[in-house]
Design a protein around this ligand. Structure first.
Ligand code: G6P
Length: 446
């Protein structure tokens, strides 16, 4: 603003998202979430846009200084979506919103036990039919979702898949084999490294670029050829929770669709689709464990280190559990594939080291059990999240029982108690749960 022209406000969009909201005889400039209490009518500025706002007019100029129109869109979010309501923190509210967010992400995408191919757009079938490899790129929590999906895509669709950190991908020279599909995963759709990787991928000869994203108007969505939206609603807490489980849900839909196109056995396909449909109910059941987990959390409060173990799809789930704990409680937490324990981290295990293990009922359970014996033998304090149907013989340390779940539902289900654990540890340690120090919700600069 200038003193010489008090009725004029000038804004410019560079990297971070910026919207103009249109109220009754008034206009605002800012982040969409901050403006929702005032209006739901927004124009989303594009990269390089400059806007001149007066009391009764809004004029946008693009990066080349041409006057342009930016459509006014009505946001479907209501105020409840961005208010904490009865919850002490946004993170807790968002953890509890997961059954609904997952149901919303599935909504209209499954009919009569079948995933609807159109969820990916009209040309998706042909694109998937010719897909010979999948290359996933993302950051932070979104990368963990991609690492889980890698196991699904390879085992169900039989297609080679890699998942890697966007800031690494953008500075290396990847060898892209023919007919590889490039996939980005991002809650915000604005993460600088992921966006840069996506732009580079446009020059690297991929079959197509799919975005799994939570913000329809975001730069990543605009830059992609195919889009599968997560419908988590606004996520305010810096530590991602419902965005993660809805990303897993969307990735499961994608993996199963790719698998069907590539000839997955019909019964197996139907069983996995049914698993997906059962997810909201399973997650609601897991949320009931909160009082038990809050009690367990007390033991972590004085600790400075923790180890998280998992195998298969639950190795990235353990990584996500460790990330949550370090982000909001500032406890140093590391995740290991349980089979790697003997190659280093076992040296750290003693009575001061809490060890969290993710133990679903899968083909790796016996292997995991013997890893846990090794921890127990060294005096490590075990916290085991286990499928209650295979609890037998898992009496080492503290055991938290979860409902039975198959290979698609289990990684989503087991993520929930780990979120609750971190949340309660952080609350007891008195940290700023929703705004942890040094971290940002959306990292729009490199
Ligand atoms: C930041 C956030 C994380 C998030 C990561 C990637 O580090 O704090 O919660 O996982 O960015 O963000 P994106 O919006 O691309 O998923």
């Amino acid at each position: 603003m200038s003193k010489r022209e008090p009725g004029v406000l000038i804004g410019a969009r560079r990297s971070s998202p910026l919207v103009v909201s249109h109220g009754e005889g008034e206009q605002y400039l800012g982040r969409r979430h901050a403006l929702l209490p005032l209006t739901r009518r927004f124009s989303y500025l594009q990269e390089g846009d400059l806007v001149e706002i007066r009391e009764d007019s809004v004029q946008v100029f693009d990066a080349d200084d041409h006057a342009v129109e930016r459509d006014i869109k009505e946001s479907s979010f209501n105020l409840d979506a961005v208010e904490r309501g009865e919850y002490r923190h946004y993170m807790l509210k968002e953890i509890h919103e997961q059954p609904q967010a997952i149901a919303d992400t599935l909504e209209g995408r499954i009919a009569g036990n079948h995933i609807l191919t159109q969820m990916l757009g009209v040309d998706a079938q042909a694109l998937l039919e010719g897909t010979r490899a999948v290359h996933i790129v993302a950051c932070g929590t979104s990368l963990h979702a991609g690492l889980v999906a890698r196991y699904w895509i390879e085992s169900l669709a039989g297609v080679p898949c890699t998942a890697e950190i966007a800031s690494e991908y953008r500075y290396r020279e990847p060898v892209v084999s023919e007919d590889t599909l490039f996939v980005t995963i991002s809650q915000s759709g604005e993460t600088a490294d992921t966006l840069a990787a996506l732009k580079l991928a446009g020059e690297r000869g991929y079959r197509g670029r799919l975005a799994i994203c939570n913000v329809p108007e975001s730069s990543i969505v605009r830059e992609s050829d195919l889009v599968l939206m997560t419908r988590a609603g606004p996520e305010i807490g810096v530590a991602s929770t419902k965005a993660f489980t809805t990303q897993l849900t969307a990735l499961a839909l994608f993996a199963l669709e790719l698998a069907r196109v590539r000839g997955l056995d019909k019964d197996r396909y139907a069983a996995h689709v049914a698993e997906l449909e059962s997810l909201p109910g399973l997650v609601a059941e897991a949320l009931k464990l909160e009082p038990e987990i809050a009690e367990l959390a007390k033991a972590f409060v004085p600790k400075e280190h923790a180890l998280f173990l998992g195998r298969g799809t639950h190795y990235p789930v353990a990584m996500e559990g460790a990330l949550k704990l370090k982000e909001i409680s500032y406890i140093h937490a590391e995740a290991y594939a349980a089979g790697e324990l003997k190659h280093g981290p076992l040296a750290l295990v003693d009575a001061n080291m809490p060890v969290v293990a993710v133990a679903p009922n899968d083909h790796l359970l016996d292997k995991l059990k013997s890893n846990l014996e090794e921890v127990h033998a060294r005096g490590g304090e075990l916290y085991v999240f286990v499928d209650r149907t295979v609890r037998h013989g898992m009496d080492r340390g503290h055991v938290i029982e979860l409902p039975p779940a198959g290979p698609i539902a289990a990684p989503v289900l087991f993520s929930v108690p780990l979120q609750l654990l971190s949340y309660h540890v952080a609350v007891m340690r008195g940290t700023d749960v929703d705004q942890p120090r040094n971290l940002a919700k959306s990292v729009t600069v490199e």
